[in-house]
Design a protein around this ligand. Structure first.
Ligand code: NI
Length: 200
């Protein structure tokens, strides 16, 4: 009986190692991962390119300012994680949070300027022409589509919701999904930061 149980446990551990290993491989396989070059317009009207962030990490989220639910939640989550790290005394400037609009029709520079500061002071809002947005979304393999809603004068944008972490070399490192908590983000990001202030 004991032997059987031991063998079962060994099997569980082996399967576990296999899956963890596979996940690790996926995370390391950055060559074919999401991401690519972009030049878009910030909420202050400046042209911003991916190359501006070499040497730092980009936390990239695609969404739109009219989003009634998911986008504000995810932007809030990303902001809470950064605020926690700030409070812990870490220099968070190596992390650049970026919000890219997939609704360029409505998300003008002015609209973005009003929206992004509500979440985090350093949150960068990027918009562009429909062509520029289509290009960057394709590079990040983010699906989005306009959905006209009946009995409403507007429309919704169906879109994928995830936070991409791009490394200092501009290459994909990992994704935070909607299942990840702010605490999990904090734990994952803390090791790449330097503590500059003592906190109790
Ligand atoms: Ni949304």
């Amino acid at each position: 009986m004991k032997i059987v149980r031991l063998m079962l446990w060994a099997a569980v551990v082996l399967v576990g190692i296999f899956f963890v290993g596979r996940h690790f491989m996926t995370a390391q396989d950055a060559g074919s991962g999401p991401g690519g070059p972009f030049t878009l317009t910030s909420q202050t009207g400046q042209k911003v390119s991916d190359t501006d962030f070499r040497g730092r990490f980009m936390l990239v989220y695609f969404g739109y300012t009219y989003c009634p639910d998911v986008c504000p939640l995810e932007l809030e989550k990303m902001s809470r994680a950064l605020e926690t790290l700030d409070k812990e005394g870490y220099d968070t400037t190596p992390l650049q949070p970026i919000f890219i609009s997939i609704d360029p029709e409505r998300d003008t520079v002015k609209e973005m300027a009003e929206y992004v500061p509500q979440f985090y002071p350093r949150l960068l809002g990027l918009t562009g022409t429909p062509e520029e947005i289509a290009k960057v979304a394709k590079e990040y393999k983010v699906y989005y589509k306009k959905r006209v809603v009946k009995d409403s004068d507007g429309y919704l944008m169906d879109h994928q919701s995830m936070i991409f972490v791009m490394g200092p070399d501009g290459k994909f490192q990992r994704i935070f999904s909607s299942r990840n908590t702010p605490d999990q983000m904090v734990a994952a990001l803390r090791p790449v930061l330097t503590k500059v202030k003592d906190t109790k």
